[in-house]
Design a protein around this ligand. Sequence first.
Ligand code: FMN
Length: 170
Amino acid sequence: MKILIAYFSLSGNTEWLAKEIGNQIETVDCHQIELADPNPAKGNWAVFWYGFKTIFNQSMNIKSDNLDLSEYDLVLIGMPIWTDNVPPPIRAFLNKHHSELSMVSVGIFATYGGDYKKFFENVKQRLPNLTIKGTLAIPTTDGEWKNHVIGQILDFLTEVLKKNIWISSH
Ligand SMILES: Cc1cc2nc3c(=O)[nH]c(=O)nc-3n(C[C@H](O)[C@H](O)[C@H](O)COP(=O)(O)O)c2cc1C
C-alpha cells in the first residue's frame, strides 16, 4: 500500500505529529506544505493575521509541488486548527489536488490549542467529496502532550489502514 503524509505546520506541532505518525509506518512518503509568502510576524500578531485570513476565507499561496496524489492508496493530511477551521494553505493544497483526492482514501489529523469539535464539522462541509477514513485531533496546550499521543496515533492508523485493507479484499 502506498501512503503519503502531507502536512502544514506553522509552529512545529503538526510537523512533529506528522513525523511521529510516519515513524509508525514502514514505507511512507512525507510532504511538507509550505507557504510561498509566510508572514514574518510572530506571537499574537501572527495569530491575528492568519486567523483573519482564515475567517474571511482569504487564499494564501503555497510553494508548488509535483505530487500526483492518485498514485497513492492513502493520503494522510495534517494541519493545525485555525479559527475552528482548515488553514488557507491546506485549502490551497486541497484545491490544487482536488480531482486526485477524490480517487484515494484520506485520513485527517490535526493539532489544536482549544477545541476540535466544530473543526471536523467544518472539514466535512468543506470537503464533501472526500472519503475520510479516519480522524485524529491532538491538543497541544499541555507541555507533556508529546508523551501521551502514541496510543491515539496507533488507533488512528488502525482505523485508516484497516478500512483500506477491507476495501481492497472485497
Ligand atoms: C491563526 C491561529 C488560529 C488558531 N485557532 C485555533 C482554534 O480555533 N482552535 C484551537 O483549538 N486552536 C487554535 N489555534 C492553536 C493551534 O491550532 C495549535 O497551537 C496548533 O498545535 C499549532 O500547530 P502548528 O505548531 O503545527 O502550527 C490557532 C492558532 C493560530 C496560529
